[in-house]
Design a protein around this ligand. Sequence first.
Ligand code: UDP
Length: 238
Amino acid sequence: MSTLAYRRILLKLSGEALMGEEDYGIDPKVIGRLALEVVEAQQAGAEIALVVGGGNIFRGAGLAAGGMDRVTGDQMGMLATVINALAMQDALEKVGAKARVMSAIKINDVCEDYIRRRAIRHLEKGRIVIFAAGTGNPFFTTDSGAALRAIEIGADLLLKATKVDGVYDADPKKNPAAIRFDTLTYDEVIARDLQVMDTAAFALCRDSELPLRIFDMGQPGQLLRILKGEPIGTLVQG
Ligand code: UDP
């Protein structure tokens, strides 16, 4: 019997989380460690879905700033998330897990198309599902993709892994007196104008009352501890 506080979760990893100390691409050591942690949490009894970003390869806004058509740039960004998702699938399988990449844009020679019912079935069968290509639409981010998929699959919690150990009232790198919040309501996030996720992603979480926990996955072991109910990072809920 699982003693976990959550049955099904969605973990959002930014593309930057995969590059470790590098300034581009994927660090195999880092992705291997992240995969081990995810498998450890899954073996403890949780159903786990992942969303990976693409910022370690391309971001549409950055490409547009360099003169590229924004929609094309966003499509390149979405394809970058597919590359990361395939790397994560490989890393998960190397440590013995069963994983499936499901893409919001059709590239079904390399991965499955996203079909909600099939995704839920994979989770029920103990497979880790990696949702790629965000929402499938330009002008969105993978944070929005993560919120959307978490709601669609009925996740109990959306976990956002960052490089900071929660949400602060000021940037803790610039202001050593910044205070970290243990919990926040959706309304407090808006009233204080805290940058938890982009606005579209946050609105989805709030409207569906999806609890959101922001934490630092650079510190090993945090994921499993959160699933066991430890109050790590910052919890945002209604
Ligand atoms: N993207 C998009 N639609 C989506 C999700 C992502 O167009 O639904 C594109 C967008 O260009 C974005 C890029 O993919 O910049 C990579 O995603 P994101 O910036 O969210 O990655 P992260 O910052 O999490 O690494």
